[in-house]
Design a protein around this ligand. Structure first.
Ligand SMILES: Cc1cc2nc3c(=O)[nH]c(=O)nc-3n(C[C@H](O)[C@H](O)[C@H](O)COP(=O)(O)OP(=O)(O)OC[C@H]3O[C@@H](n4cnc5c(N)ncnc54)[C@H](O)[C@@H]3O)c2cc1C
Length: 421
């Protein structure tokens, strides 16, 4: 089923759009909304911001760029499409969210950093106290608070419930000791949401709590980890005798595992990757028009073109699955285990797109040339513009089948909860 057909099918199911036989069209109101979005992007997303976003090779956009864009969106009331209206969401329908994702991806807008807005916020909506919501939500919206995620530890990644960072009660506080690893953007963050062990004497999942910790507390140290793509995106965070008020705990003590899993559903599948994949597919096609193998344009090579077509069909199928998720979210349901399916598929498709791009640019893939060019050296990039970020993106995208839960672990979840095995 083609992407738009799938969308109309889903939208018609929810009586948002008229499905006129097989004719595919959006309602006039939705077309008007699309025009408004385009007008906004034309006016507010400057060529400089687009150019900077285009150079992003990491999972998240550069913090300054992302925050600049977030504030522009906030002014318009469009920073958090998935939030309830009473907290600042725009009240969009699933169709409008779909249009928004598609248009921002096409325009090359920088991504909004999801750690606070799309991962912690849903947990606060569901499990936070009124006081916690009133304090944290407005501050993450304005960027006054910048969050990172303290789940993984050395030895506790896939087997997350084995985590050892301890939080021991002392008066009104917890004393926290341990270390978190692979913490994305911890070097920028002023707050970390952490899973900590509050009871070591029960089965692992039953002794975990969910704590919000300011990063400026005494006893917190952040050490960088540089990836093979030469990026500083992840870190190790050390917590030594950090005194955290008990009121910073979200949800009941020892019930943090429920919150942790709820958040992971949003981390894995709350978004819509197909819009970005379609843009990347278009880039791949345009590279395949320019690059040749033995004089033949790659786009005319049946083998290469066949692989492009295969990806195109699978991206359309993913789009359909994402629309089903969007529809669930719009009804206030969580993404569920289908988010594991969506995560694995989108990651695999992105990695395959990057692999084909690497094959297409062949000798421009020399990693050092790319890395040197991207990391502030003055040597100009010697290849065509379309090849400049390909290697760094290819390398960075390898991590996507690990973070947010490794691909094998997602398969286990799918086997158990979707297939009932
Ligand atoms: C770029 C990047 C950013 C990250 N950002 C963050 C972050 O901000 N915050 C955070 O908390 N964490 C973050 N992580 C950590 C990430 O969640 C973990 O790396 C991931 O959960 C895997 O854990 P691990 O690295 O300990 O590998 P392991 O759990 O040791 O897994 C090693 C291998 O064994 C396989 N495996 C493990 N268990 C099973 C099983 N039961 N069945 C089949 N195969 C299995 C895995 O699939 C994997 O291939 C990030 C990781 C990366 C790479």
């Amino acid at each position: 089923m083609a992407g738009k057909q799938a969308f109309l099918y889903t939208a018609a199911l929810h009586k948002k759009l008229p499905a006129k036989g097989m004719k595919i069209e959006f309602s006039p109101q939705d077309e008007q909304f699309r025009a408004e979005v385009r007008g906004f992007l034309d006016a507010k997303l400057s060529p400089e911001m687009r150019a900077e976003a285009k150079k992003t090779t990491t999972v998240f956009a550069d913090k300054d760029l992302a925050m600049k864009w977030q504030l522009i969106l906030l002014e318009k009331g469009w920073a958090v499409p998935s939030w309830p209206e009473e907290h600042g969401g725009p009240g969009w329908s699933i169709t409008q969210k779909y249009i928004w994702n598609e248009e921002t991806a096409k325009a090359g807008a920088p991504g909004v950093i999801p750690l606070g807005l799309r991962m912690l916020a849903p947990v606060l909506f569901k499990y936070g106290t009124e006081e916690q919501k009133a304090y944290y939500l407005p501050r993450m919206l304005t960027g006054e608070h910048y969050w990172c995620q303290g789940y993984s530890e050395p030895g506790s990644g896939s087997d997350l419930s084995s985590l050892k960072t301890s939080a021991v009660k002392d008066g009104d506080d917890y004393i926290v000791n341990g270390t978190k690893i692979w913490t994305t953007h911890a070097q920028f963050a002023d707050h970390i949401f952490c899973l900590v062990r509050t009871n070591p004497n029960v089965r692992p999942q039953a002794g975990i709590s969910f704590l919000l910790i300011p990063m400026n507390l005494p006893g917190i140290k952040v050490e960088p980890i540089i990836t093979m793509a030469a990026d500083h995106e992840v870190n190790q965070v050390f917590l030594d005798d950090v005194r955290v008020p008990q009121k910073n705990r979200v949800g009941p003590e020892n019930e943090g595992w429920t919150l942790a899993k709820y958040l992971l559903e949003y981390e894995r599948g709350g978004g819509a990757a197909s819009a970005g994949l379609k843009v990347s597919l278009a880039e791949l096609k345009s590279i395949a028009v320019k690059e040749r193998d033995d004089g033949t344009r790659l786009i005319d090579d049946p083998g290469f073109n066949g692989r492009i077509s295969d990806l195109e069909i699978r991206i359309q199928a993913l789009e359909f699955a994402e629309l089903v998720t969007l529809s669930k979210l719009s009804k206030g349901e969580s993404p569920g285990a289908g988010s594991s399916l969506a995560k694995n598929t989108s990651v695999e498709l992105n990695q395959q797109l990057n692999t084909l791009k690497m094959e297409a640019i062949h000798y421009y893939m020399l990693p050092h040339a790319n890395l040197i060019s991207l990391n502030g050296h003055n040597d100009p990039w010697v290849g065509p513009g379309y090849a400049e970020t390909v290697t760094a993106r290819y390398l960075n995208a390898r991590a996507a089948s690990i973070f947010g839960g490794a691909k094998e672990v997602q398969k286990n979840i799918i086997a158990k909860t979707v297939l009932g095995l």
